[in-house]
Design a binder for this molecule. Structure first.
Ligand code: SAM
Ligand code: CA
Length: 221
């Protein structure tokens, strides 16, 4: 029996943690406010998660990043702000509409030159990078698009990463559904399978963090 040592976050404690530790630029806050008024706003990552991803990017000195699932750009904006001036993100999404918002905020934050947006199915973009001989050329990846393709994104990102590079996988809790074997819907089954695969994957070291909807941090060996 594993003893649970992770604190349950009451609203008061969450507010305290946010008040004492969150560092968000006005442009990030504005993007959160604009997205909050849009349909599917719940797809955006939390500000605390963005800050953690920035810390990871800085810790490993990342320069070349992959983002799979841009939406209105909060996560890519966070990563771009953490990158050095010559850093780059290949950002993948299928939606012109959502990413038009992202583009505006990359411009406003002065990081647009760091983001290379690829509109189209992310598997095609990643396969294109592999065909171009980019295997081993990336430092950091964030997987946050359609859940049934997560395994395809994971396998491609792993090839595109250098050893010691990081993959961050979002929504690994799926609102807790992954722990309920009665839930057999396609997204839940896909996330549950990838969680189990990463848990036993000898190619990587990994940690599943209870931040937002669960974030797995994977280090390529
Ligand atoms: N990371 C974003 C943020 O911080 O706001 C949230 C991403 S949202 C959960 C998922 C995104 O994946 C949507 O913008 C959607 O258009 C995109 N998407 C869905 N299917 C895709 C695919 N096959 N290839 C690339 N992007 C896809
Ligand atoms: Ca997500």
């Amino acid at each position: 029996m594993i003893q649970k040592k992770t604190a349950a976050l009451s609203d008061e404690l969450y507010k305290y943690v946010s008040d004492v530790s969150l560092r968000e630029l006005p442009v990030q806050l504005e993007l959160r406010k604009e997205t909050a008024g849009m349909p599917h706003s719940g797809m955006q990552i939390g500000a605390d998660q963005g800050q953690l991803m920035q810390l990871l990017v800085k810790l490993i000195g990342a320069k070349r990043c992959l983002e799979i699932g841009v939406f209105t750009g909060y996560s890519s904006l966070a990563v771009a702000l953490a990158l050095p001036a010559d850093g780059k993100i290949i950002a993948c999404d299928v939606s012109e509409e959502y990413t038009a918002v992202a583009r505006r905020y990359w411009e406003r934050a002065g990081v647009a030159q760091k983001v290379d947006l690829h509109l189209g199915p992310a598997v095609d973009t990643l396969d294109g990078l592999l065909r171009d001989g980019q295997a081993g050329e990336f430092d950091f990846a964030f997987i946050d698009a359609d859940k049934t393709s997560y395994d395809a994104y994971y396998e491609r990102a792993l090839q595109l990463l250098r050893p010691n590079g990081l993959i961050t996988v979002d929504n690994v809790f799926w609102g807790g559904e992954v722990a309920d074997p009665r839930n057999q819907d396609a997204d839940t089954v896909a996330l549950r399978a990838l969680n189990a695969k990463i848990g036993a994957d000898e190619r990587v070291d990994a940690s599943m963090l209870p931040i937002c909807d669960g974030l797995t941090i994977v280090r390529k060996r």
